[in-house]
Design a binder for this molecule. Structure first.
Ligand code: URA
Length: 244
């Protein structure tokens, strides 16, 4: 079994957004930190950083936040941006405010447009993030699109051809799969993540995407009944489904 990394308590809690090291020390001195139900006062103490720490450590009586290595599945609502910086509503605003101060930072795995809803993953695990977005791993993303005009019947073959060149690009798209639901609704599965890819694919056929919702990524789907704006932490077995 891999050995858990250890960390000083002040450094760990500060990296998790609980305040500066000095603030963490003050909190401990005031009796606000417990480990295995005993008060922890010496914040220079090194402890193993294990996934079970939230069940053993309490901060002001509340379970510690998840330690680094988390993956969050969010049902992204319309109108929110996948950016740390832009003005307006950001997907990060949905998560606990303290999580904005974590180091390593939590980032979205790829992006959905402001006007796209659905399955969005966020993580503080940079290696995982790069593995998911790397074209090498061919992670399939499935979108439900509603269209302004009826499909003309040629889209499926064009998208599957591997010849479709988007405007302004010099490399054709790898084959994608279209499942027609009705004249103006379809599921489109792609393994790349080019800028506005799905909207531009339909635009290349003379159509226009009116609504766009991501239903699945790899073997992960949005859980039944998960409302826009709701999120959950993924377990190890659920994370593994990404690459299924
Ligand atoms: N393709 C798009 O056009 N927009 C998204 O948000 C995702 C894929």
């Amino acid at each position: 079994m891999a050995k858990a990394t250890t960390s000083r308590v002040d450094k760990l809690l500060s990296s998790m957004g609980y305040g500066s090291r000095r603030e963490v020390a003050q909190l401990a001195a005031a009796g606000g930190i417990t480990l295995d139900a005993a008060k922890l006062v010496d914040v220079s103490k090194r402890i193993p950083v294990t996934a079970d720490l939230p069940s053993r450590m309490k901060i002001d009586g509340e379970a510690l936040d998840p330690v680094a290595g988390m993956v969050i599945l969010l049902n992204k609502p319309l109108g929110m941006t996948c950016s740390h910086k832009e003005i307006g509503k950001l997907v990060y605003d949905i998560l606990p405010a303290r999580w904005r101060r974590r180091d390593p930072a939590i980032s979205t795995i790829g992006r959905l447009d402001k006007q796209t809803s659905g399955l969005l993953l966020l993580t503080d695990d940079g290696d995982l993030l790069h593995r998911v977005i790397s074209p090498k791993h061919h992670v399939k993303k499935t979108y439900r699109a509603t269209l302004a005009r009826p499909l003309n019947g040629t889209e499926g073959a064009l998208f599957a051809s591997g010849d479709l060149m988007l405007e302004g690009e010099d490399k054709p798209l790898v084959p994608a799969e279209l499942d027609v639901i009705s004249d103006t609704e379809a599921l489109l599965s792609v393994t790349e993540g080019r800028y506005h890819q799905v909207r531009r694919m339909f635009a290349a056929t003379g159509n226009h995407v009116e609504t766009l919702h991501r239903e699945s990524l790899g073997g992960l789907s949005l859980p039944d009944g998960m409302a826009p704006g709701q999120w959950k932490l993924l377990r190890e077995d659920e994370i593994a489904l990404i690459f299924q």
